[in-house]
Design a protein around this ligand. Structure first.
Ligand code: THU
Length: 160
């Protein structure tokens, strides 16, 4: 028997003002698209902004449904759109922000497990890490240098 340990590390910015300028701009776009979320059930709005290597920014917000599981998270709305419209482009950076209509979200909100799995697919396909920045409505912003850092021991095509 043996034990292994897998480490993940994050950069923590105290607030958006500490972010590099291009990420501030990307996060601002995530905030704007977050306001357009369709979240009548959870009242929890999430916005995602992706910067591609062709210079385009692709945005997404969560889209809920009366049949709850039929809704989709902001991250997957954005990444599936990017994959559909710009299949040859790499995704370089992703900014995510979440805010509740009922209370102020100060904790950085990381992508859910299903979104991590979906983002992983593109990171593996493009063979380049995707930088992921995530925050709540205000407060700290976490940076993960890659999706793999958020999802060690991931399931991917090499197991098929
Ligand atoms: N949500 C996202 O958009 N992204 C996540 O990573 C976590 C959750 C959405 C789904 C649902 O519309 C609402 O937040 C509450 O779970």
């Amino acid at each position: 028997m043996k034990e292994i340990s897998i480490n993940s590390s994050f950069t923590i910015y105290e607030n958006t003002k500490e972010l590099p300028e291009d990420i501030q701009e990307l996060m601002n776009q995530a905030v704007e698209i977050r306001k357009k979320a369709y979240a009548p059930y959870s009242k929890f709005r999430v916005g995602a902004a992706l910067l591609l290597d062709n210079g385009k920014v692709v945005l997404g917000s969560n889209q809920e449904n009366a049949a709850y599981p039929s809704g989709l998270c902001a991250e997957r709305t954005a990444i599936f759109y990017a994959g559909s419209i710009y299949p040859e482009s790499k995704i370089l950076k992703m900014a995510i922000t979440a805010a509740s209509d009922t209370n102020q979200t100060q904790a950085p909100i990381p992508p859910c497990g299903s979104c991590r799995q979906s983002i992983a697919e593109y990171e593996i396909k493009q063979e380049t890490p995707i930088e992921i920045y995530f925050m709540g409505e205000i407060g700290e912003v976490y940076k993960s240098a890659s999706l793999k850092n958020l999802l060690p021991l991931m399931f991917d095509k090499k197991f098929l």
